[in-house]
Write a protein that binds this ligand. Structure first.
Ligand code: SF4
Length: 396
């Protein structure tokens, strides 16, 4: 979401004649697009903002925008600590970013800029906000309830991205597969986007397990343009903890969905939290066995960290030593998942969307290196002959 929001803000500024740079000393403007899901992320963003004070003082005409979820959460009070901050643009204001720039008077409209054409992936936001209320999560408070963009708007944006040279479209939303419009479902939308001229592959993030339905599986199963990778956050393997987290599913229903997805050829990566305040040793063991039974292709593991304003933040924390130990054990368990997943491809056909002349990603999201050189954005079919655990090597 942050990548897409950053692109959207950059696109407005590109249209005003700005150009992108990754050299701070060459920049006239810095946008810090923030995440507030974890305390640590917010601290890092604020610390960067503090360090930019010197950069701003060094030359007239330099500006700083603080954007995204932390900006939404902290609001105007940021200006007390960081008076040199020019603009605060909360996560809910992204759709009005151009107006915000106009109203600020900081950026003179200078039409004639170019769209950003970097990368094979074009990001398209299809919904914002979240209607769930996971007990540890700050997102609903910061981003608000679900708001789905219309299919017309989404298809227009996706078609534009494809025309600009992005053959892969990534559909984005906090609970992306909750998207709906009257009788139209998320699966219908995937099929419509994949049928647009120039679209070779469609991905989506972040889905919620509650919306992995038989109808969804039926609709995607016959469409090879829908990438066979899903990042499905499990968070815990214990039904008791999942209920306390208010995730809306049990271990059993989650495993059923995972197996159904695998039958359709999906590789599944996940997020796991260790040390939720009510997590017992037995609950933690359930997370370990979930990893074994699910056969994830990758797992991102986090220590629970309380976010002020969420129900779980009222609960007493587990001690730090237990948290560290559980994280270590889990990290050892998930180490090697990717290597194993890579090795499973040897001898199989892969469909690779090229991101550089010799490198691209398979439909199930593994990096592949080709022998021959191919045009960026082209789709190559080839057999996988070997893997080093981080890369597949194809015969062609
Ligand atoms: S589904 Fe749960 S974890 Fe995900 S954004 Fe919504 S409240 Fe947060």
């Amino acid at each position: 979401m942050n990548l897409a929001d950053s692109e959207e803000m950059a696109a407005h500024l590109l249209m005003r004649g700005y150009a992108l740079t990754d050299q701070l000393d060459q920049a006239d403007l810095v946008i810090i697009n923030t995440c507030t899901v974890r305390d640590h992320a917010e601290h890092r963003a604020l610390s960067l903002l503090g360090r930019l004070r010197k950069w701003k003082r060094e030359k007239d005409g330099r500006h700083i925008i603080f954007a995204g979820c932390a900006a939404q959460r902290l609001g105007e009070k940021l200006k007390k600590t960081f008076p040199y901050l020019d603009l605060i643009s909360g996560a809910r204001e992204i759709d009005h970013f151009a107006d915000l720039c106009d109203r600020s008077g900081l950026f003179a409209p200078a039409p004639g800029g170019e769209a950003d054409k970097r990368g094979v992936t074009g990001y398209v936001t299809i919904m914002r906000g979240c209607d769930f209320a996971c007990s540890y999560c700050i997102v609903p408070a910061v981003r608000g309830p679900v708001h789905c963009l219309s299919s017309k708007e989404i298809l227009t944006n996706a078609a534009r991205k494809a025309q600009e040279g992005h053959p892969e479209i990534m559909l984005l939303g906090q609970t992306v597969n909750a998207w709906k419009e009257e009788r139209k479902t998320f699966a219908d939308l995937l099929n419509e986007v994949s049928a647009l001229p120039g679209v070779e592959r469609v991905r989506f993030v972040s889905p919620h397990p509650a919306f992995i339905t038989p109808q969804f599986l039926e609709a995607v199963k016959n469409n090879p343009k829908i990438a066979r990778h899903i990042h499905l956050p499990a968070q815990s393997g214990s039904t008791k903890v999942l209920q306390e987290m208010k995730r809306g599913y049990t271990r059993e229903t989650l495993l059923q969905k995972i197996h159904a997805l695998k039958e359709c050829g999906f590789a599944i990566s996940t997020d796991l939290i260790v040390g939720f305040p009510t997590e017992t040793e037995e609950d933690f063991l359930q997370t370990l066995t979930l990893v074994e039974q699910a056969g994830f292709s990758a797992a991102y593991c986090f220590k629970y960290s309380p976010r002020q304003g969420t129900p779980a933040a009222q609960l007493p924390l587990l001690d730090e030593k237990t948290l560290e130990q559980r994280l270590d054990i889990l990290l050892n368990k998930v180490r090697g998942l990717a290597e194993h997943a890579y090795s499973r491809h040897i001898g199989q056909q892969a469909t690779v969307l090229m991101e550089s002349p010799h490198k691209g990603r398979t439909s199930d999201n593994f990096w592949a290196q080709t022998k021959k050189s191919y045009k960026i954005g082209s789709v190559v079919q080839s057999e996988v002959s070997a893997s080093d655990g981080t890369l597949l090597f194809t015969r062609d």
